[in-house]
Design a protein around this ligand. Structure first.
Ligand SMILES: NC(=O)c1ccc[n+]([C@@H]2O[C@H](COP(=O)([O-])OP(=O)(O)OC[C@H]3O[C@@H](n4cnc5c(N)ncnc54)[C@H](O)[C@@H]3O)[C@@H](O)[C@H]2O)c1
Length: 323
């Protein structure tokens, strides 16, 4: 059985991807320091508790498990926190990824799939965002992802490591079987926060800006189901296995949903009211961000199956309801 190192596999997208890998016949070996992840989400293969900046732990894991490819999720991922603590983000995300790549090079692992982000496009001047849009991050977090894509290019030049960088839009939803879900602390994402407010586990949901030039005044984002992200990682490994050359591409639903549409959908699937407090716009928030996923369709044969807003909210609601 082919062993895949899944860094950050105790986290939200990593745990769903470990499940998809196991279902596709791979052996996912999760390495995570549990800073933001959960031991209980590691259910589909071996677990190594370690930090990606610990080069010897990464090396030993590659050796012990005869790792053939790496799927790299481990990162800190809050834009606001990255503005307050840029050093933490560059240490964790950039130095961490450099260490993983260095160990891959020294141990002869030649295939990497990397969690990049739509934040590498900053505030683009057109939507849908395709891969020809200029990349220019507007936060330390976004910059760490942009540098990650750069590291991949240099490590390919030097050591021949081939890679797929996947630029996710907003990951959302939960495992359709109900085994896994989104459990961040602190939670900054709209859909879980709307659900928690509907359940009374948070007093209110804050809405930042109701005067945007959109159909209902709130800003638009592209929500893509976490199970569809997971399947794209499996497809990326197959692409690299088949000899595909290094590439980077968007993963999104190609639909912009407004904040009010998300709230209405959470209310519809739950039968509960979401108590909303409207506030001013947040500095730096773009009006509308959504993807073109043409490239993922044509290169990976990726066809999202769960990324309509109703399925996203239903699966997320079911998972939160079972906790
Ligand atoms: N959630 C999204 O909408 C989204 C969008 C674009 C990109 N991404 C990227 O996808 C990846 C996964 O995101 P997520 O939402 O699942 O986040 P998450 O916080 O749930 O998962 C990240 C995991 O990485 C682990 N980790 C962090 N630093 C580590 C370190 N130094 N050593 C070992 N483990 C470490 C955490 O403990 C956690 O389990 C991240 O790289 C993130 O930047 C996420």
């Amino acid at each position: 059985m082919t062993s895949i190192l899944v860094t950050g596999g105790a986290g939200y997208i990593g745990s769903h991807t470990a499940k998809a890998l196991a279902e596709s016949g791979y052996r996912p070996v999760v390495l995570d320091n549990l800073f933001r992840g959960h031991r209980s989400a590691v259910r589909y293969g071996p677990f190594v508790e370690a930090d990606i900046r610990d080069s010897e732990a990464v090396r030993q894991t590659i050796r012990d498990h005869k790792i053939e490819a790496i799927v790299h999720f481990a990162a800190l991922a809050y834009v606001g926190e990255s503005v307050e603590q840029p050093g933490l983000y560059f240490s964790n995300n950039v130095e961490g990824f450099r260490t993983v790549l260095q160990m891959a090079a020294e141990e002869g692992v030649g295939k990497v799939v990397f969690s990049s982000s739509c934040t590498t496009y900053g505030n683009p001047d057109r939507v849908p965002i395709d891969e020809s849009c200029p990349q220019s991050a507007v936060s330390p977090y976004g910059d760490t992802k942009l540098i990650g894509e750069g590291l991949l290019r240099w490590f390919e030049d030097a050591y021949g490591i081939r890679s797929v960088a996947l630029r996710y839009f907003n990951a959302a939803g939960a495992d359709p079987d109900g085994e896994l879900g989104e459990d961040h602390d602190p939670e900054t994402h709209l859909i879980p926060n709307a659900i928690l407010a509907a359940m009374g586990r948070k007093p209110t949901l804050s809405l930042f800006g109701a005067d945007y030039p959109t159909r209902d005044g709130t800003n638009e984002r592209d929500y893509v189901h976490v199970a569809d992200l997971a399947s794209a990682h499996v497809a990326s490994l197959q692409y690299l296995h088949d000899g595909g050359s290094s590439t980077a591409m968007n993963l999104g639903s190609e639909t912009g949903s407004t904040v009010r549409e998300v709230i209405a959908m959470v209310e519809a699937v739950s039968g509960q009211t979401v108590p909303v407090v409207e506030g001013p716009r947040r500095p730096g928030d773009a009006v509308a961000l959504y993807a073109s996923a043409n490239m993922a369709r044509s290169v990976l044969g990726w066809h999202p199956k769960h990324s309509d807003l109703k399925t996203i909210c239903e699966t997320a609601w079911q998972w939160h309801s079972g906790r």
